[in-house]
Design a protein around this ligand. Sequence first.
Ligand SMILES: NC(=O)c1ccc[n+]([C@@H]2O[C@H](COP(=O)([O-])OP(=O)(O)OC[C@H]3O[C@@H](n4cnc5c(N)ncnc54)[C@H](OP(=O)(O)O)[C@@H]3O)[C@@H](O)[C@H]2O)c1
Length: 363
Amino acid sequence: MTTLLSRKKCGILGATGSVGQQFILLLANHPFLHLHAIGASERSAGKRYKDCVQWKQSSPIPGEHEGLVLRACKAENFKDCDLVFSGLNSEIAYELEMDFVKAEIPVFSNAKSYRMNPLVPLVVPLVNPAHLGLINFQREKLGLKKGFLVCNSNCAVVGVVVPLAALQAKFGPIVQCEVFTEQAVSGAGYPGVSSMDLVDNVIPFISGEEEKLEVEAQKILGSLNGSATEIDAQTDLRIGATCTRVGVTYGHIAYVSLRFKNHPGPSVRQVEQAMMEYQPELLKFGVSFSGPAIKVFMEEDRPQPRLDRNISNGYTVSVGRIRDGGKDGHFDLRFAALSHNTVIGAAGSSILNSEIAIIKGLI
Ligand SMILES: NC(=O)c1ccc[n+]([C@@H]2O[C@H](COP(=O)([O-])OP(=O)(O)OC[C@H]3O[C@@H](n4cnc5c(N)ncnc54)[C@H](OP(=O)(O)O)[C@@H]3O)[C@@H](O)[C@H]2O)c1
C-alpha cells in the first residue's frame, strides 16, 4: 500500500534536540516522507545542520540531511511542508505549535502542552490509532481545512500502555496498575541531567512525570465516542506511578503490577501468549513498521536497555519477568517492559501517526 502513496514533504521543529536527532535518523530513506525543512531556535537558524547540532547518536548524521539549513520555527518558514513533526520544549510548543496548526500545517507533537486537550488525539500508534478519528471534529471546532494537531504520549507511558492494551484486548479490563520506572538520561533532553548527579546514583524523582503517566494512560486506553467528537477516558483504571532517572543513555524500563476486573485472572502462560500474539490495528494500515509490537522474553534477566532497546529499530516494546502477583497478594500479575524513549517513546510514534494520517487521506 505504501508504495502507491505520493511522497509528502515534512519538516522537523526542534531538529537539533534529543527527539529531533531521532527524527533525522528515522526519516532517512523513508518510503513516502521526504525531509524538506528543519527548524530550531533563532540561535541555530541559518546554520547548516552538521555545523550546528551537538550530535549524540551512535550512527552518523545521514548524508542527505547533514547539509540542510536550519530555519527559525515560524509557520511562514514552513509553508512549503505538507506536515511538521515537533520536538520542541513544551513551554515553546504551546504557542508555536498552535501557530502552525492555524497556518493549516498538520503538526505531530512530542510536547506535553496539548496532550490532555479534549480536541487533541493522544495517540500511541501501537495502541489507539482509531483516536485519529477526532481530527475532523478538531478541524471543525478550530475552523481549519488542512491543519490539525496530534500528540504522542510521554515517553514513559508507551512501555506501559502497549502491554496493557494487549492484555485488555484478551482478558478484559484492568482496574488497578502500579508502575515503577527507571528512565534513561536522554529522556531529559540534552545536556539534561548533570553527570555529577547521575553517575554512581539514582534520582528518585522526575518532575511532573508520575502525574503524566497516570492521566495519559487513561486517555490513550479510552475510546472515541460514536459521533467521533470526544475521547471517553478509561477512568476506572487507577494507575499509581513512581518515576526515577538512572544512568542509562536510551531505554526506559517500567515495572508493572496490575489487577484485572475479572477473576480468576489469566495464567502466566496465557499472558505470554496474548502479548506475543498482539496485533495492533496499526499493522492493518500498511505503515513502514510491520511488528512485532511486543517481544516477550522468557529469560529471567531480560529485557535490558543496552541489549534490547533497538529491537525492530526501537519500535518494539520488550516485555519480560512475567509472573503472577503472588499467593494472596493484592495484584494478579507483574512484568517488566522496556521501550526506546526517543523511538517508540517519541519520534518513531510521531512518524507512524503521520503515516496513518496520510494513508487515511487526512493529509
Ligand atoms: N527526550 C525524550 O526522550 C522525549 C520523549 C518524549 C517526548 N519528549 C518531549 O519532546 C520535546 C523535545 O524534547 P528533547 O528531549 O528533544 O529536548 P531538547 O534536547 O532540549 O531539544 C529542544 C529543541 O527545541 C529547540 N528550541 C529551543 N528553544 C527554541 C525556541 N525558542 N524556538 C525554536 N526552537 C527552540 C532546540 O533548538 P536549539 O538547539 O537551537 O536550542 C532543540 O532543537 C519536549 O517537549 C519533551 O518533553 C522528549
